[in-house]
Design a binder for this molecule. Structure first.
Ligand SMILES: [Mg+2]
Length: 213
């Protein structure tokens, strides 16, 4: 069956979970830690895990952040249409399974998820751990999305990819055929700058329409 591999934060949802933590909670030290990641001093895993672990709130506060991730209104219907047409939807994320599962459960959706495991505790934030049991474990990125796509391509010749960042989504995006390479935000800009054909989407729900047309 054809496979859509999709990033989660900023791709399936409009907002990134770590960004919502920085914006709404400003945990002490978290912005400085994120700046160190942006400066190349920390790995992607260390940067995201650092911000998630800096969160200090109660269960309701953590759920409020999950609720603010903001998947487009048509995302659930679009996902069901793809699945009804035989597509497998695979999430490949450098973020944490803890909030991904909550967002999808809230929409009544079931996807395959490759992400870093984790849990929430008020005094420890979202504790993100390495996906030690995953065949896609990557020391710096957490999850090796390019390996997820290569594996999908071994299972079926028709594989699509959707993402929004250059660092973690660029390499997997370049593995799929241009007509199935979906990009938004920074990924779309960088693909255009580098003259890589791709299809631009504003909301994840638009991808189903383009794949099923
Ligand atoms: Mg993203």
């Amino acid at each position: 069956m054809p496979i859509l591999v999709t990033d989660f934060d900023g791709t399936f949802t409009r907002r990134d979970f770590f960004d919502l933590i920085l914006e709404r909670h400003e945990p002490p030290g978290a912005r400085a830690l994120w700046d160190r990641f942006l400066a190349g001093e920390l790995t992607t895993f260390e940067g995201i895990a650092g911000v998630l672990g800096a969160l200090r709130t109660d269960e309701a506060g953590a759920q409020a952040l999950v609720d603010a991730m903001d998947p487009p209104a048509g995302a659930a219907a679009a996902a069901r249409a793809l699945q009804a047409a035989g597509w497998e939807i695979v999430v490949a994320s450098a973020g944490c399974r803890w909030y991904i599962e909550r967002v999808l459960a809230g929409l009544g959706l079931s996807f395959t998820i490759h992400a870093n495991p984790g849990r929430f505790a008020p005094d420890r934030g979202v504790v993100m751990e390495r996906a030690a049991d995953s065949p896609y474990l990557h020391p710096d990125l957490g999850i090796d999305k390019a390996a997820v796509v290569r594996d999908a391509l071994r299972r079926d010749p028709v594989v699509a990819f959707a993402g929004d960042s250059w660092l973690t989504d660029g390499p997997p995006a370049l593995l799929v055929a241009p007509q199935r390479r979906f990009a938004t935000g920074q990924l779309a800009r960088r693909l255009a700058e580098n003259r890589h054909e791709h299809r631009v989407f504003a909301g994840w729900d638009e991808i189903a329409g383009m794949l099923l047309r």
